[in-house]
Structures are given as structure tokens and as C-alpha cells.
Design a protein around this ligand. Sequence first.
Ligand SMILES: Nc1ncnc2c1ncn2[C@@H]1O[C@H](COP(=O)(O)OP(=O)(O)OP(=O)(O)O)[C@@H](O)[C@H]1O
Ligand code: SF4
Ligand SMILES: [Mg+2]
Length: 343
Amino acid sequence: MSAAEPILEVANLVVELAGDDGMLRAVDGVSLSIGRGEVVGLVGESGAGKTLTAEAMLGLVRCPPGRVTGTVRFHGHDLLELGERELARIRGKEIAMIFQNPGASLNPVFRIGDQVVESMALHLPGARRDLRQRAADILQRVGIPAARTRMRDYPHQFSGGMAQRVMIGMGVSCTPSLLIADEPTTALDVTIQAQVLALIRSLAREMGMAVLLVSHDLGIVSQMCHRVIVMYAGRVVEQASIGTIFRAPAHPYTRALMACLPGLDGVARLGTIPGVMPGLTAVPSGCRFHPRCAVAEPRCAVEEPVLRDVGDAHRAACHLARRAGEGPRVQAAAMSARNGEPG
Ligand SMILES: Nc1ncnc2c1ncn2[C@@H]1O[C@H](COP(=O)(O)OP(=O)(O)OP(=O)(O)O)[C@@H](O)[C@H]1O
Ligand code: SF4
Ligand SMILES: [Mg+2]
């Protein structure tokens, strides 16, 4: 899918969790790739399976008797085949992760500086003094004023935005080639959010680092990313470049997400998507989006659409999505439905 040489290639990733009446598929056959230096957004409403996808790729789903299958190729290894020691070496060094709540990721009883140095010492050679110097440089780089002094402080002395900067600094301290950021700014206020996103973007550019940005916010993804992957109910429903997604979205769910984005006046245009994301025990038949889809046809309730090419590096899983020139695209069908005409 990506033009750049892939650094990460995920094929048919499945995460099954144990439910009361058997196994439930929370992630169901996700395939995606990320090119070297590419910034890719993984977007979808709450419960779409974004976090489980990211965690499963890195061997972080701890859900026995749950099960993760598929392949996750990174630098020639299938991460799902590696043992915990090898995975731990890759995580934090070659792949960095940042999560939503920085407070929960920092240990409250250790000073910030010691935590950054300890995390670097796991992966980098060198004397503690050199690592301390490097930690101070990195904290300065991610925008911690008086970094050397602040290294003596404890996490509770940092604001949410500053703590997230520390997490980002820690994440990139070993110059990883891939950063996975799961809702890295959701807990922050809007101004700080923008600063933290700008920081991630500039670090990615400077370090040539690929980024998978997990977010429920298509607006953030559109500002940050080259490409977007849209998930719904455990499946990928559309993927394309940001330009293509905004110019010619092929999936009604993507269109619905876009309709919720604020306009230039800052007001959401159509508010929310009717209905809710289905839970794992009530996955609809056919197309999983059909109960909420404004242009659903009778076959949508029985036939599951496959993810297929609908344009240049553009894939969608919708019965109505067409390649240009293949017949009416979903947009035309949507217009007809809104006008009360047959699609
Ligand atoms: N450990 C778990 N045990 C049982 N169900 C889980 C577990 N983790 C996730 N789920 C369920 O799997 C589905 C996908 O969850 P996931 O956390 O990946 O969603 P998400 O897209 O990251 O949502 P959000 O935007 O709220 O973070 C949800 O229905 C969730 O309730
Ligand atoms: S397959 Fe049918 S229900 Fe699903 S998104 Fe397309 S039109 Fe809607
Ligand atoms: Mg999540």
C-alpha cells in the first residue's frame, strides 16, 4: 500500500479474546504496512480495535486464553514468532511506544531523570554519566525547560503535557525506526495537544522515523499523516493517502467520520454518526457497518464486503465502492439516498 519501502508489514492479524460463550474476535484479519519514514494514522471510533491491533503487533496483548495470530514483519523478523526477550529488545529500541496516559506510564516513586536514564540503559551502551548527559539533551530537545534541573523532579511535579513530552523523549532516545503513538494527546488540552503533535511530527521528520498514530480523531490524523487506515468493528474498512481520503472517500463509514469533523467555523457539521460501534458479542452479519449505514442495500446485511482496490493505493471494503470508471461511486449512491431516490 505504501510507496516507501515497508518497514512494518502486518498480514491477517487476528486477536481473539475469551468471552463467556467462547472466543470473540476483537481484531479480525487486519493487514497493513508502513513505509520507512511514513506517518500513518489508524483511525476509528472507540472499540474499533485500534489499541488491540497496536498491542498485538508488539506482543503486548496479555489475554490468556486469548490468542493472536497472523504475521508482523519488521526488519525481516516476524514479531509474533519472537520470544519475550527478543521482543523486549526490539520494543523500546527499534520500535518506541507512547500511550494515552503519560501519568500511568511513569513510575511515581522515581525521579524523571532516573527513569529516562534507566530506559536508555536497557538498550544503549555507555557510562551512566554519558547517558545522563544524553537524557538531558533529549529532554531539552522535546521542550522541557531547564531539563537538567527538572530531571531531579518526580512525575507528579510535571503537568500532563510535560509528562507526555518526557514519554516521547524516552521513546525516541534510542532513535527507533518506528514510533507507535496510541492516542498520545487525548488526555491533554487543545493547545498542549497541538504542541505535542507538532513535536512528534518534527521528530519523525528529523529522525526519518516512521509513525503509526492511533487516534479516534480524523482531524488530527489529517494534519499529521501521509496515509490513513480506517478501522471499524475489528476490521480495516478503508485505506488511502490523506489527499485521496478527503477528495474521494470510498467507504460510507469514512464519509460519516468526515461529516463529524468541525467546519472552518469550528462547529461539527453533522454531529455524530447514528448508532454505536457494535460490541464483540453482537457483531452484525454481512457488512458490520450496515445497521448504521445511510446507503445500505439488502445484500449488505448478508454479504460481507472484502477489502479491495478502488484506486491508486486506495482500498475499501464496501459493496458500493467502485474504481473510477467502474460505475457510480458510493458518493453518488449516498446523494441519491439522501434525496430519497434509489441508489
Ligand atoms: N482485555 C480485554 N478483554 C476483553 N475485551 C477487550 C479487552 N481489550 C479490548 N477489549 C474489547 O475489544 C474491542 C476493541 O478494543 P480496543 O481497545 O482495541 O478499541 P480502540 O479502538 O482502541 O478503542 P478506544 O478508542 O476506546 O481506545 C472493544 O470492544 C473492547 O471492549
Ligand atoms: S457494504 Fe453496504 S452497509 Fe457496508 S458500508 Fe457499503 S453500502 Fe454500507
Ligand atoms: Mg484504544
